[in-house]
Every structure is written in structure tokens, then in C-alpha cells.
Ligand binder design. Structure first.
Ligand code: PLP
Length: 413
């Protein structure tokens, strides 16, 4: 098969740069990918496959960087979207979906008594910090160094355009290091309102880290001992690891949890779930947005989550992820290449040991895969959807085997 070319993508990108600063910004910027090996624009998706504007077809292991959990255009989700769309999306007050979805989320989440809705992960992560501050009357938020909780001023990884005041109330500790948290809590005694943490460490451009035994329960205990609100940022991992929240997989229950990405199979929706003890604070803070009550994404969410639950989608993604991992590790071994394969099977990431924190081999490997119809990103964890078939996996492993061979031939060590 001939490697793909991207003439239409390139022409569109040139047009985009004239009217959109940088052409494409944020995590989908082509600057983060392998030059010349990826499309910049997509045209359509179906199940586990996506097609770019040049007509090239890919097996999708990025899933729109998380949102697509059942595959593109899942029939049950699209049917729910059509049905709600026929009635209308955006009114002067919410629809019944608002209540149904909150009831459903509370029913599947052991710790939660209420839910609120928004559009992006950043919205609900910031909201959770505001609720924690209102509930405790304290100013500070603790988070892990290098963690991503969104694009808002208090947590964005890029500090251009910010003031020191934007970060004045944020204190940092290290994932999987309880002593570092104890130190931060002691240094800020009585001042920490909330602690935000992801269920596993998935900082961009780093190997992922699962929580070591006792870490998350230790965090829970420190929060309890010091009256700190425990906020689980489940925006990335939510509904890929456990239907009751990723904390359930690791034996920890937060006070607040935040969701986005997989919650509605690509339709714009985010949620924050909380305990009764924080209901009053939640009512006292201001939270709103032009589209927060839109009904179509909520209908999509109900259909997505019910489908995941009815078909044990979580187990399916785990099993697919295991097969991918076994296949890739066996290929890497057969080429004599050392890789680090990290993260849970449904949200994996692979790096090349010899890259030593750079991404040269990863960029070559992922670029070779992209040009042969398998879409992985080199500097970001990947996402499995329930739509990946055995045939997709077989095809994927043929392509990755050749990509490993390309790495072997272009890098001596
Ligand atoms: C863990 C985590 N928190 C928060 C966010 C922010 O979500 P959004 O991009 O929807 O604002 C992300 C997005 O990638 C995320 O991965």
C-alpha cells in the first residue's frame, strides 16, 4: 500500500493560518505530531475508523483525544441525538434530560448525591475548586506538579499571558509521593481548601504512572485529617476504567469528581459530581453558561453511558487494550527495541527507552503508523474505544511491526 499524502489537509491548513492564529491551536496542533505524516483535518468517522479530508482512512487510537468511547457515530447515540434534536436542543429552561442524566449519574456513582453540568473539563475542574473554597472558607488548592486540569489560568501548563496572582493560591506536590503531600499540607496548615488529582498520572509527554499501593488511600486520609475536599479529576479516564468513577478501580472515593471526554461519545458535555456535604456550597457559588442546559448532548450522554453499562464496554476496552499491549510488546522484543508501555490497558501510552525523554523514535514510529492508516499520537496517551475489532487489531499489528522495523533501521541504538 502507498503511504498516504495530505494535499487537501495542507491547503486547508494554509487557509486556516490566515484567519485563525496558528491555524489549529491547543492539543490538536500539528506541531505536536510528526511533520508530513499526519492529516490536519478530518472529514468523517464511522465506528473505529476515521477518514481525513484527502480520503485516507485510519484505525482510530486517539478517539478525538478521549471523547469517542463507543466508536464514531454509534447508532444508539445517534438515534438519541436525532430524537432529542427533533424536539429541540436549547430552551429558556432545561429539559427532562437534565434531571434524568443527573439521576442516572448519581445512581451509578457510589459516593455522589448530586451532579451539575457544563461543557468542558476545564469548566468543571475550576468549578470544583470554587466549591471547595466556598465549603471550607480556605484559599488554596493542592495539585500534582505537571498534572493537567484544563486551560484555565490557575492550571494551564502554558503561563504566557498570566499574572503571578493567577497561581498565588496553588500549591504543588508529587504524584505517588505521600511525603511531598504531607510537607505541602504542613507548610500551608489550615489554608488548603481542596486537593485535585487524577486517578492515575497521565501528564502529557511522560510515561503514565498507576497509583502505587496505599497512595490514593493515603491522600484520602490526609484530606480527611485536615478537612481538605478531595477532588478526583476524572475528565480523561472517566467511563473508560469503571462506570462508578475511576476511583472505584483504585479503591478510593472522592468528595467531588469531574467528567468530560467520554461522557457523551463526542457531544459537548461535562459534569461535576458531589457529596451531600458539599451541596450547600455548590448552591452558593455561581455557575452558568450559554449552553450548560442543552438537551442533545445530555441525550447523547444517557445513550452512551447506558450502552457502556449494558454491553460491559469497560471490560471490552480493557480486553482490547490488553491485546494491543501484548502485540506491541512482543513486536518490540522481536526487533530488539526497548519500550516503556504504561497506563491502564484502555488508556495506554508507549515510549522508546532510547528516546530518553525526547520523542524522536516515537515521532518516527507514530508517523509511520499514521501514513499506513493507524492513528496514534507520539506525545500523548492513546485511547481505546469499544469499536476496535479483532480485524482492526490484526491490521494494526501488521502496521506497527513495519513501524518498529523503520525505527530499527533509522536509529542505531
Ligand atoms: C485530566 C484532565 N482534566 C481536565 C481537562 C480539561 O478538559 P477540557 O479540555 O475539556 O477543558 C483535561 C483535558 O484533556 C484532562 O485530561
Amino acid at each position: 500500500m502507498k503511504p498516504y499524502t495530505f494535499e487537501k489537509s495542507e491547503a486547508l491548513f494554509e487557509r486556516a493560518k490566515k484567519v485563525i492564529p496558528g491555524g489549529i491551536y491547543g492539543h490538536q496542533s500539528p506541531l505536536l505530531l510528526t511533520k508530513g505524516a499526519y492529516p490536519s483535518f478530518f472529514a468523517r468517522g464511522e465506528g473505529s475508523h476515521v477518514w481525513d479530508v484527502d480520503g485516507n482512512e485510519y484505525i482510530d487510537y486517539m478517539c478525538s483525544y478521549g471523547p469517542i468511547v463507543l466508536g464514531h457515530r454509534h447508532p444508539r447515540v445517534e438515534e438519541a441525538v436525532r430524537r432529542q434534536g427533533d424536539l429541540g436542543n436549547c430552551f429558556n429552561a432545561p429539559t427532562e434530560r437534565w434531571v434524568e442524566l443527573a439521576e442516572y449519574l448519581v445512581s451509578i456513582t457510589p459516593f455522589a448525591d448530586w451532579a451539575v453540568f457544563a461543557k468542558n473539563g476545564s469548566d468543571v475542574c475550576t468549578y470544583a475548586t470554587v466549591v471547595a473554597r466556598q465549603a471550607t472558607g480556605r484559599p488554596k488548592i493542592a495539585m500534582c506538579q505537571g498534572a493537567y486540569h484544563g486551560a484555565h489560568a490557575w492550571c494551564t501548563p502554558v503561563t504566557s499571558g498570566l499574572t503571578p496572582e493567577d497561581r498565588a493560591n496553588i500549591v504543588y506536590f508529587t504524584y505517588n509521593d505521600l511525603e511531598s503531600l504531607q510537607r505541602v499540607v504542613a507548610e500551608n496548615h489550615g489554608k488548603i481548601a481542596g486537593l485535585m488529582i487524577s486517578p492515575f498520572r497521565h501528564d502529557a509527554g511522560h510515561d503514565s504512572e498507576l497509583p502505587v499501593e496505599g497512595f490514593l488511600s493515603g491522600v484520602r486520609k490526609i484530606c480527611d485529617d485536615h478537612g481538605i475536599v478531595f477532588i478526583l479529576d476524572d475528565v480523561r479516564a472517566g467511563f473508560r476504567l469503571h462506570m462508578g468513577g475511576s476511583g472505584e478501580l483504585f479503591g478510593v472515593r472522592p468528595d467531588l469528581s469531574t467528567y468530560c471526554k467520554a461522557i457523551a461519545n463526542g457531544y459537548p458535555l461535562a459534569a461535576c459530581l458531589g457529596r451531600d456535604s458539599l451541596r450547600k456550597a455548590s448552591q452558593e457559588v455561581f455557575f452558568t453558561g450559554s449552553y450548560f442546559t442543552s438537551a442533545v448532548p445530555m441525550a447523547a450522554s444517557l445513550a452512551t453511558l447506558r450502552e457502556l453499562e449494558a454491553t460491559d464496554g469497560i471490560e471490552r476496552m480493557r480486553a482490547i487494550g490488553e491485546k494491543l499491549r501484548t502485540g506491541l510488546l512482543s513486536e518490540a522484543r522481536s526487533h530488539g527495541i526497548e519500550v516503556t508501555y504504561s497506563g491502564p490497558p484502555a488508556i495506554p501510552y508507549m515510549t522508546f527507552k532510547a528516546d530518553a525523554g525526547r520523542f524522536d523514535r516515537n515521532k518516527l514510529f507514530c508517523g509511520e503508523c499514521s501514513r499506513s492508516g493507524v492513528y496514534f499520537a507520539p506525545r500523548h496517551n492513546w485511547f481505546i474505544s469499544t469499536a476496535i475489532s479483532d480485524q482492526d487489531l490484526e491490521r494494526t499489528l501488521e502496521v506497527t511491526d513495519r513501524a518498529f522495523a523503520a525505527v530499527k533501521s533509522q536509529f542505531v541504538a
